[in-house]
Design a protein around this ligand. Sequence first.
Ligand code: NAD
Length: 279
Amino acid sequence: MKGLTGKNVLVTGGSSGIGQAIAVRFGQEGANVAINYRKGLEEAKQTEAMIAQSRIEEEAVQSCMNQVRAAGGRTVLVQADVSREEDVLRMIEEVITELGGLDILINNAGFQISGPSHEISTESFDRVLATNLRGAYLCAREAIKHFLGADKPGVVINISSVHQIIPKPRYVGYSVSKGGMQNLTHTLALEYAGQNIRVNAIGPGATITPINRAWVDDPEKRAMVESHIPMGRAGTSEEMAAAVAFLCSDEAAYITGQTLYVDGGLTLYPDFRTAWSSE
Ligand code: NAD
């Protein structure tokens, strides 16, 4: 893809799923990739369970790094919880120092908490917003400061969701965070278009990643999920990464403020496949 070789890219939540596929894809395009992951072993001293979880994440991040290197790119690992401002400031600083600058930010880190909206705790709601929306803003803010300070073009990609426009009952924090992300994409795109900073998003539909472990490995549940998708199947992380690579490339030089839905037709009102409303 034109214009990606030698670029310095930061992918948040890059140790699994869509983020990992994006990191690997940028490596294949000849970019240098900073892979952010959340947990550090040193942080997980309190309980056995936390230590075990951190080890799994460290192994995942190591495997991602190996794949990017095998594809020819330079890699840097950077630990940070994007919901913590001090972590974000340190992460951006570290990436700029290690890679010698930053050209592309991929706001991918995200998670969801389910439950009836009238029972979700304030703390749960805030935690989802703090990572998915505020974290994306904080990373974008620091990246844009760097782009402006270095007087160079920059690209920000938000990994949003079809749920930025389709409501998601029982996932109110997630749904609201992605709705906010659409506005974040629009606002930053408009504000910085004149400085050659492009801000776009992708809106993945149902994608086979760990966030969907509730249904990906259960054939019955997976068939139910896929029956709702016009193209009849869930998407892959690599298909999401391809759309991200395009939006970051020079092929998309005149595109800003847009969300590219990569969803097998999920945003096309699948219930209208037959003309039931006019029969
Ligand atoms: P995933 O769980 O594999 O990846 C999410 C990553 O974010 C993990 O590596 C996790 O450690 C990291 N993360 C979570 N909180 C963090 C924090 N505070 N700081 C730093 N990192 C943090 O799931 P995924 O499906 O690959 O999700 C990636 C993005 O894609 C998310 O933003 C998600 O909302 C979005 N998305 C996924 C789907 C899907 O069907 N899989 C659909 C639409 C949108």
